[in-house]
Design a protein around this ligand. Structure first.
Ligand SMILES: C[S@@+](CC[C@H](N)C(=O)[O-])C[C@H]1O[C@@H](n2cnc3c(N)ncnc32)[C@H](O)[C@@H]1O
Length: 218
């Protein structure tokens, strides 16, 4: 409740809608394809954070890499408003926000080989058996990540749930990705990462690469 009240307060500020309007795409639910060069007005490697929360990670990353473009995707209407206001405040030319279900983005809306990297940090684990169907990661979603990543592209993942980590990593490898040595950069720096690390909770993270000579589908 406190989180919702805080989000409503941020949204009620006089310039909140204007700030969010600078970065928000696809607010009307009428988007049938995502065309990054049209959104950013240039062709640059695109990194996408799925379930970006309040944007702690992606705002910092976009600010430090102006030569790349960044899309923060967030399903929750309340959270995406806060995210958009914060991204709007950052006033970065290379950062946009999409309020949408990442499954539609990855499975349908993005072109083959159009993404340089994905970041997925602390996806909701839906721990109750009857809720497992709501999880983001499925073999189909992992295949969508593979299709839309450019050859040699990377997916970075972190979760605080050991079993879910094992399942996700197996699905991603099953889709054709190869485990990479690179550290997942958000595993210690997203909002949830900071909270879990401060509480002494373990974090399970890994990165996976699409082979350099791969085609979009397997
Ligand atoms: C546990 S939070 C983690 C937020 C952020 N990644 C972090 O580490 O601080 C998971 C986030 O994913 C979002 N989310 C869940 N399912 C999603 C989906 N299908 N598409 C996009 N975002 C989603 C939730 O609304 C929530 O903000």
């Amino acid at each position: 409740m406190a989180r919702l009240r805080k989000a409503a307060k941020i949204w009620a500020k006089p310039n909140a809608r204007e700030l969010a309007g600078h970065v928000m795409i696809a607010d009307d639910g009428l988007v049938f394809a995502i065309n990054p060069p049209a959104i950013f007005g240039r062709r640059a490697p695109l990194e996408i954070e799925i379930g970006a929360g309040k944007g702690e990670f992606i705002i910092e990353r976009a600010a430090s890499r102006p030569e790349q473009d960044f899309l923060a995707v967030e399903l929750s209407a309340t959270v995406s408003r806060v995210l958009a206001v914060r991204c709007g405040r950052a006033a970065l030319e290379n950062l946009r926000v999409a309020k949408m279900d990442a499954r539609a983005l990855v499975n349908v809306l993005l072109a083959d080989a159009s993404v340089a990297a994905y970041h997925v940090y602390f996806p909701d684990p839906w721990p109750k058996g009857r809720h497992v169907k709501h999880r983001l990661f499925t073999p189909q979603f992992a295949s969508g990540l593979y299709r839309t990543l450019a050859a040699g592209g990377t997916i970075y993942i972190a979760t605080d749930v050991r079993e879910y980590a094992g399942e996700i990593f197996a699905m991603v490898e099953g889709a054709g990705f190869i485990r990479a040595a690179e550290v997942a950069p958000g595993a210690r720096t997203t909002g949830f990462a900071r909270k879990y690390l401060a509480a002494g909770k373990p974090v399970f993270s890994a990165s996976f690469r699409k082979p350099a000579h791969a085609t979009s589908s397997r």
